[in-house]
Design a protein around this ligand. Sequence first.
Ligand code: ATP
Ligand code: MG
Length: 352
Amino acid sequence: MKNDALIIDDLHHKYDKKEYSNWILNEINLKIENGELLGLLGPSGCGKTTLLRLIAGFEYPSKGKISLNNKEISSNNKILSPEERNIGMVFQDYALFPHLTVMQNVMFGLKNKKDRSRVDYLLNIVALDSFVDRYPHELSGGQKQRLAIARALAPGTNFILLDEPFCSLDMHVKLKLRSELPNILRGCNASGLMVTHDPEEAMSICDKVAVMNEGKIHQIDTPINLLNNPKTLFVSSFILGNNIIKLEKYGNSIMSCLGVINNSELLNYTNIKKMSISPKFISIKKSESGNAIVISKEFLGEYLIYKVSINDNILRVRTNINNLLNNGDKCFLSINKDSFYFLYPGAHKVYI
Ligand SMILES: Nc1ncnc2c1ncn2[C@@H]1O[C@H](COP(=O)(O)OP(=O)(O)OP(=O)(O)O)[C@@H](O)[C@H]1O
Ligand SMILES: [Mg+2]
């Protein structure tokens, strides 16, 4: 069985410490196994950086416990300083020392400056071994971020925190470096927690993803499980980009803004309030007698995404690029055959 690198137990935090104010972090529980990369995913302001700062030791929690490698590092009766925690940190703006070379930047945190073997190993892993004498301003953005990762791992830590590490890189470099990150960590037997607000980024490289909103973790799961079983409406809309539609029961019928939902399976669920459905499972057809109106249009490579207003709801609909409509066009929307949706509460998956 794998051991846990990081365990967070019932963590709560607020900056102002006032009794009546809301928690910035509310009842956070999570585990990261040795060798695992966990993505922390959520919208701006939901508390991602705050959680990282508590783990790193730059903030003290209001309540709760953090353990790293089976050692308590933060609790009611014990708070270790950031230096005592031996955690590597990587920020979005690199935070390199401009007056030190590549080699000196990586050597900086080493307790034993003679221990060149780990530095050489790391520079090789991040493919900077032929740049050791350059200064940060002589490196590209991707090289700077690889240097920041090597520097974070150099002092022999096996746990790193990364706060939006690819944010300031252009698309091409971002894709390359993010596919390299899991291998770099594996090469050093390190585990990590990576903050991002980009679902695709988290889903593509992390072993597991923790989805957070307004200080609470909604679900921690593998990317595939998040896609197949989004436990809350927030996970459904934030990760899958699904439409959330209100449902109302009238006798044996279920009404929605798309009309009556004809599915006998729905009647098994007595307490259903909402459904979540992917934009790709809704069809759009131009019609002068249509009850919906196109309000915006976005080209997305192979697809078109329309925002459509229907019975006081705004839905997103994905269609192929030949199905051209203009803003203001009237249209009909319908749920495709051979699709599925989720019902809440309960996250029941229903096939059509
Ligand atoms: N030092 C601070 N003092 C008081 N409030 C703070 C402080 N730092 C952050 N906050 C507040 O805590 C909440 C969470 O902020 P945090 O920086 O953790 O969000 P985030 O999820 O990292 O957002 P982003 O994606 O924009 O970086 C926000 O409402 C923010 O205004
Ligand atoms: Mg942040």
